[in-house]
Design a binder for this molecule. Structure first.
Ligand code: 7RM
Length: 650
């Protein structure tokens, strides 16, 4: 445990369960043993170059693997390639045009199947349609769509002609969309009339209209018909997707792009301040996501059915729905709607129906399924599953075990994948046929990646709590923040000299396993002990009645900060506050015992499912709420404030 003076994060939790790769899984795995790690350790640049040469098709080979002018990197310099060619044409040319690329399921239950040949046809036509609207290499195009195949088509069509896309999640407001269009000076906006969510059509076009009214750069708006809701179309500016497509030629040769050509911008709001346009380029990014998608998910493209439940509006959708899986020629499920329409077993009914073999989702979703109870997955045959993945937040050991037993039937390895919008692709994760996992640990950097946990002074530590840094450039790394190189340096490269730091705490255990401890802004300070939210939340979730927990440090006269816990119970379960507080003390120590526990049916989350502890801190300290625009469900906090008021009156 840290001493009082230490600025490092305490290491409170010990989790010793170990899961070696299951024997049946290892029989057919792509990577068993340490050979990839050994090769990468020998010379990481050559290792990445081998991946780039093997997994990606180039029109012109590169001259230099990596040019590193800290903090600015270029990868595969001088190389030329086309991302859409890599995701489509080459599979068709190899004779796999009839392979299913996208098995799409709409929320109401309607379905569509697109083969690689069909997807290529669609992308070529839409690329020509974009050209007819004046889109050229180097332009920016905004995409504001529901989870429909046209989202992937639009992204790939941009890549085909060298326009950078900027996808804005369909749940974001008109103002958020306008800010992002303005920052990128986008020329064209691609949207839909509306999409399905919770059994109803949510309109997108009216929001798009409002956004465009507050921008000056948009020349044309393309509208996909999905919701069937009434929309107004501005003549000359607005075009129906199906009208453009019916007149478009499917002949659109993929043009070779420079390896460092901008592929996309993706805005991250962070906790506060103006959203940052994270820049990703072509050759390095494609290499990184193709390599990780293949080896982390042990992809056998001719057999597997892969499903990532993210939205294309997030980086997970970019890297592990669109670019990685398609570059690898995978067959994947894409689902439009929410997990509880028409009932709480929708996800498992889709797994059964399409015989999904690789399933990739977020801890927040897993904890929600825990809350709904094991009866839901038990209604379905999930025996097609052979590998499970997790991304987005630390996965608490108990949620990991629940996932392993109730979804994976005890036979599937779990890959807990740590990465960020900024890293482009997975950085820390098990390789499922090679790594012995521990529930809640993302284990080790993947071959080719170098991470260090450092103390407050930036010195590497070998065990205990500290800060996660990345010490070498990697192919998928962000190339900067659009229009703001200084902010790029300040945000990521100035905390620890020469190292990338993006704000996560982490610890190393005695076996060298990495455990992510959550955002450092959320670390609590109780009597001089720096306690991570993750460890206290995991201790709470290890109680059999608890599905989900969020803790925050609230000002306290005695201890500086006191731990306040917000807890959601599993379906049908009950427990009292004292029992839970004692449970935490028993699991990880008296110092981490929450001062108060509030029970709540829901926690405030961002639209991508991350818990918003900042808002809970405001509630706990009785402040007016700050910026709530990134909150997924506005009613949750109001409810919590009401409960806090009740509690203080008892
Ligand atoms: C992919 C994505 C990035 C932040 C990151 C972490 C947290 C993501 C994990 C995780 C623990 C994980 N991109 N995070 N994955 N924490 N274990 N496996 O989520 O840009 O939206 O968020 O998410 O805090 O810094 S993101």
């Amino acid at each position: 445990m840290a001493t009082d003076a230490s600025r490092d994060i305490d290491d409170l939790m010990a989790e010793n369960r170990k899961f070696p790769p299951p024997k049946d899984f290892v029989k057919n795995t792509l990577v068993a043993g340490t050979f990839l790690y050994d090769e990468a350790n020998e010379d990481y640049e050559s290792f990445w170059a081998r991946q780039a040469a093997e997994l990606v098709s180039w029109d012109t080979p590169w001259d230099t693997i990596c040019e590193w002018n800290l903090p600015f990197a270029k990868w595969f310099v001088g190389g030329k390639l086309n991302v859409s060619y890599n995701c489509l044409d080459r599979h068709v040319l190899a004779g796999n045009g009839d392979r299913k690329a996208i098995l799409w399921e709409g929320e109401p239950g309607d379905t569509r199947v697109l083969t690689y040949a069909e997807l290529l046809d669609e992308v070529c036509k839409f690329a020509n349609a974009l050209k007819s609207l004046g889109v050229e290499r180097g332009d920016r195009v905004n995409i504001y769509l529901p989870m429909i195949p046209e989202a992937a088509v639009a992204m790939l069509a941009c890549a085909r002609i060298g326009a950078a896309h900027s996808v804005v999640f369909g749940g974001f407001s008109a103002q958020a969309l306008a800010d992002r269009i303005n920052d990128a000076s986008a020329k064209v906006l691609i949207t839909a009339d509306g999409g399905y969510r919770r059994g109803e059509v949510f309109p997108l076009k009216p929001q798009a209209d409002e956004a465009v009214a507050n921008t000056t750069s948009i020349e044309h708006v393309v509208v996909v018909k999905r919701g069937g809701n009434a929309v107004s179309m501005t003549p000359g500016r607005d075009h129906w997707y199906h009208d453009l497509m019916s007149g478009a030629s499917n002949d659109c040769p993929a043009e070779p792009m420079d390896s460092e050509q901008l592929l996309f911008l993706l805005y991250t709001s962070g906790t506060t301040g103006k959203p940052k346009g994270i820049m990703h380029t072509t050759g390095g990014y494609l290499t990184h996501v193709t390599y990780t998608h293949k080896y982390v998910f042990d992809l056998h493209p001719e057999k597997d059915v892969y499903w990532c439940t993210a939205d294309v509006g997030w980086v997970t959708g970019h890297s592990y729905i669109v670019y990685g899986p398609l570059a690898n020629g995978a067959t994947q499920v894409m689902y439009e709607g929410v997990p509880n329409f028409p009932a709480n077993d929708r996800i498992w009914s889709i797994v059964e129906k399409y015989k999904v073999s690789i399933f990739y989702t977020a801890p927040t979703a897993i904890r929600t399924y825990m809350k709904w109870g094991i009866e839901e997955p038990a209604k379905h045959d999930l025996s097609s599953l052979r590998l499970l993945g997790s991304v987005g937040e630390p996965i608490n050991p108990e949620a990991w075990i629940w996932y392993q037993e109730n979804i994976g039937g005890g036979r599937c390895p779990i890959v807990d994948t740590w990465w960020q919008t900024e890293t482009g692709g997975i950085m820390i994760s098990p390789l499922p046929g090679a790594t012995t996992t521990k529930p809640g640990s993302a284990t080790f950097p993947i071959p080719g990646v170098h991470a260090e946990v450092v103390n407050d002074a930036g010195e590497p530590i070998t065990h205990g709590g500290g800060y996660l840094t990345l010490t070498h450039p990697w192919p998928g790394m962000l190339r900067g923040i659009w229009g703001d190189p200084q902010r790029y340096k300040d945000t990521y490269w100035s905390t620890y000299e020469g190292k990338y730091f993006a704000g996560d705490g982490a610890k190393l255990d005695a076996d060298g396993y990495l455990w992510l401890l959550g955002r450092v802004d959320d670390v609590m300070n109780v009597s001089g002990h720096r306690i991570s939210t993750t460890e206290v939340e995991s201790a709470l979730v290890s109680h059999p009645s608890v599905a989900e927990a969020a803790v925050v440090g609230a000002k306290d006269d005695q201890t500086g900060q006191a731990i306040i816990a917000y807890v959601t119970l599993r379906g049908g379960a009950t427990v009292d506050e004292t029992d839970l507080r004692n449970h935490v003390a028993k699991e990880i120590g008296a110092i981490a015992k929450p001062k108060a526990v509030y029970f709540t049916p829901d926690l405030p989350k961002t639209r991508s499912g991350k818990i918003m502890r900042r808002l809970l801190r405001d509630v706990a300290e009785g402040r007016n709420l700050g910026d709530t625009t990134t909150l997924a469900d506005q009613s949750v906090v109001a409810e919590l404030q009401a409960r806090a008021a009740d509690h203080s009156e008892d």
